[in-house]
Design a protein around this ligand. Structure first.
Ligand code: GLC
Length: 538
């Protein structure tokens, strides 16, 4: 029977943070030829697509999320030829390529902003968000920057303020202006023409602001220690209804190309608000990122309730997705500890929906403490000491036990320090260890590939299990095949769920030892009848 699911429904996405994946030229910063040289790792891991964080020309005020040319490659990462070679090499291994698209803001060095800033009458003035000062000469309203401080910066030459949801070096584009839309949609076409398979769309909920520029209301729940940006509720600056027209326009561009190009939207929003990003009649993102595993307390009942709430909220025909980590959030092994990180990997790869794996999670990398003199992230520099900085999750990938973990042959230090455990925790060592985290990821991905129940089957919660056990069935409705997943989120040995009795055996345990009669502390298992002709990876 033909599989009616798109590749981005069946598949698994892997995020590469290019500065830290692999350096090929010895400058201590990762690059495109470096990624190309590591594609075999991704193929062996068993993922389907690689999403690469921004590689465009950028002054790097926010490490690529400040784009000064939407249709080029920053020399630190290589050239357009390198990019084309990477796409060919990825496709030849069956890997799709997803680029990061940053529509909310450009760099202040983008020629568009340079022009816009040059005078009030410049024809690109309205490409950005400019406002007169308040009567007292101060900023036009109380909007705040995500990265600390106000969201308005004064341009003394022209006597107006520009708006930036992030750094002053990241001025917000004015998506109410049709010329901006047209130019930004052209950037999508440029890369689609070059063969990219889709985009991860950055900070989409910030795209459009209140046309009347009203103040944001104060946030009664803000407490010292929280991000200063949360002092206000972003009612006038985030998640405005007009965003959805812009997303639908992006989608129409992607749909104009053959081969199921995918759009994945980044929006940190409550579930009910997130669902709107699928768009009316699914005219929006195929995958609005679901970040709720990042913020839900790691307890079986709460995770189970989250899954059910999310599943129930999905619009008809909408495809789910799950995220455990990315270049902005603390690593799983640091949040949950190394033992539960294995359970989390099984959760991510057995839930219904497209999973995204962040580089390094497959070897259980941890957050790396960054000494003050090596801090790079502008957020940490602006708002130090609150733990907001993202450098700890962006340290170089650990490939082997050699110098700089095989990340770079630079004599100097790489751009961020390596994790202190890199001689022991690396791809090479874990490849040789049949019980390693990497072996677990490979086994999970292999099982997911051979079991349509896991990749496209339905999700059925299993009740009546211990408080700290999360259990569910995945069912392949086409064949009736059922697999049971039982995850012990606690440190006590537990019974295997009763539904398991009489139905199969452990096909895969997070302990990678064949499984036991009971569910051990911090153990997850997939249980089922061995599939005909498939040898169990347990
Ligand atoms: C997104 C990116 C983050 C970046 C911000 C501004 O949240 O993931 O890394 O700093 O947008 O572009």
């Amino acid at each position: 029977m033909p599989d009616e699911h798109a590749w981005w429904q069946r598949g698994v996405v892997y995020q590469v943070y290019p500065r830290s994946f692999q350096d090929s030229n010895g400058d201590g910063v990762g690059d495109l030829p470096g990624i190309l040289s590591r594609l075999d790792h991704l193929a062996a891991l068993g993922v389907d697509a690689v999403w690469i964080s921004p590689i465009y020309p950028s002054p790097m005020a926010d490490f690529g999320y400040d784009v000064s040319d939407y249709t080029g490659i920053d020399p630190v990462f290589g050239s357009l030829d390198d990019f084309d070679r990477l796409v060919v090499a990825a496709h030849s291994r069956g890997l799709r390529v997803i680029l990061d698209y940053v529509p909310n803001h450009s760099s202040d060095q983008h020629p568009w902003f340079v022009e816009s800033r040059s005078s009030r009458t410049n024809q690109k003035r309205d490409w950005y968000v400019w406002r007169d000062p308040a009567p007292d000469g101060g900023p036009p309203n109380n909007w705040l920057s995500e990265f600390g401080g106000g969201a308005w910066t004064f341009d003394s030459a022209t006597g107006q303020y520009w708006y930036h949801a992030y750094l002053p070096e990241q001025p917000d584009l004015n998506w109410r202006n049709p010329e901006v839309r047209a130019a930004m949609l052209d950037a999508l076409r440029f890369w689609l023409d070059r063969g990219v398979d889709g985009f991860r769309v950055d900070a989409i909920h910030h795209l459009i602001e209140d046309a009347a520029f009203r103040d944001n209301p104060p946030n009664p729940d803000w407490k010292p220690g929280m991000s200063p940006a949360r002092r206000v509720v972003r009612a006038r600056t985030m998640d405005l209804p007009e965003v959805h027209d812009a997303v639908a326009a992006m989608r129409r561009v992607a749909d104009g190309y053959p081969g199921d190009r995918v759009l994945i939207g980044e929006a940190y929003l409550p579930i009910d608000r997130l669902m709107a990003y699928y768009g009316a009649d699914l005219s929006g993102f195929q995958l609005p990122f679901n970040f709720h595993l990042l913020s839900t307390p790691w307890r079986a009942r709460e995770i189970g309730a989250l899954v059910e709430r999310y599943e129930a909220a999905l619009p008809p025909g909408a495809w789910p997705n799950w995220v455990l980590g990315n270049h902005d959030r603390s690593r799983v092994a640091s949040r949950l500890g190394p033992a539960q990180a294995r359970v989390a990997a099984m959760l991510l790869l057995t839930l219904r929906g497209t999973p995204t794996i962040y580089q390094g999670e497959e070897i259980g990398m941890q957050d790396v403490p960054i000494p003050p003199e090596r801090v790079q992230d502008p957020w940490e520099r602006n708002v130090p000491g609150l733990g907001l900085g993202r450098d700890p999750v962006r340290t170089p990938m650990q490939w082997d036990a050699g110098p700089n973990a095989g990340f770079t042959r630079a004599k100097a230090e790489p751009w961020l320090p390596l994790a202190p455990d890199h001689a022991a925790v690396n791809v090479s060592a874990q490849s040789a260890d049949p019980r390693s985290m990497l072996s677990l990821y490979r086994a999970l991905l292999a099982l997911r590939r051979t079991e349509p129940a896991l990749s496209v089957g339905s999700y059925v919660p299993v009740e009546g299990v211990a408080e700290d056990v999360l259990a569910y069935e995945r069912r392949d409705d086409a064949t009736g095949r059922r697999l049971l997943v039982a995850l012990n989120l606690g440190g006590q040995e537990r019974e295997l769920p009763r539904a398991a009795s009489g139905r199969g055996r452990v096909l895969l345990s997070t302990c990678l030892d064949g499984g036991a009669a009971r569910l051990r502390p911090d153990e997850g298992v997939v249980i089922g009848e061995p599939a005909a002709g498939v040898s169990s990876p347990a």
